[in-house]
Design a binder for this molecule. Structure first.
Ligand code: TYD
Length: 215
């Protein structure tokens, strides 16, 4: 049995990742491929419980290291119980956020060093990385307009951080994507969801033919 492919969507708040992740999973399913759509933090009952702790923290919120550990713990459960078994049984896994969100939010924007985030990932998740990561980007004004339409004045503990923090996150994603152009595809998230979806499919072609060639 050929191992499935693992695709992650990354980017700042309001960039359209969740829509694109869903459109891709639906497209794969319509093509007769077995695809699982999942998200982080979350994806398993334990990781969803940790998600609630992270997005609506008790008291005054988490200290930076504790927050990074919680994201890594959620990811560990997600990988061990959902992602790894799905890939092993030949399924495609499409995740709305993954490791690079920790590197951008807790690492670069949150002030922790990348080695520490990667060390947690090694311990928690055996360093499992996606086959392909889509990094969706859009100008700050587009993102804030979408967020205002989506969330109004309500935002979670991380989404609600200041403009400076989110700017650092956006820059971190650009730098991460530049570090490995084979694995990361930066996609312009402005434009209709359908147009962005077409771009995603264009970049997916090599992985699809890899699967079909091996089948
Ligand atoms: P979510 O509602 O899924 O946000 P979005 O719709 O923007 O994806 O909430 C996830 C939040 O958690 C988001 O603000 C990004 C943050 N996050 C991290 O800080 N580190 C991580 O490792 C992950 C997976 C998410």
């Amino acid at each position: 049995m050929m191992r499935g492919k693992f695709i992650a969507f990354e980017g700042g708040e309001g960039c359209g990742k969740s829509t694109q992740a869903r459109m891709l999973a639906d497209w794969l399913t319509a093509q007769g491929r077995d695809a699982v759509l999942t998200r982080e933090p979350g994806g398993t009952p334990g990781a969803e419980a940790i998600r609630a702790l992270l997005l609506e923290p008790p008291g005054t919120g988490w200290a930076a290291r504790a927050e990074a550990l919680l994201f890594a713990a959620a990811r560990s459960d997600h990988v061990e119980r959902l992602i790894a078994p799905a890939l092993a049984s030949g399924r495609w896994v499409i995740s709305d956020r993954y490791l690079d969100s920790s590197r951008a939010y807790q690492g670069v924007a949150g002030g922790l060093d990348d080695h520490s985030i990667m060390a947690l990932h090694e311990f928690g998740s055996g360093s499992l990385r996606p086959d392909l990561v889509f990094v969706l980007q859009a100008p700050e004004e587009t993102l804030s307009a979408r967020l205002a339409a989506r969330d109004g004045d309500v935002s979670d503990a991380i989404g609600g951080r200041g403009a400076e923090f989110h700017r650092a996150v956006a820059e971190a994603f650009v730098a991460i994507a530049a570090s490995d152009p084979q694995k990361y595809q930066r996609i312009d998230g402005v434009g209709s969801a359908e147009d962005v979806h077409k771009t995603v499919l264009r970049h997916l072609a090599p992985l699809l033919s890899e699967c079909d060639g091996a089948a």
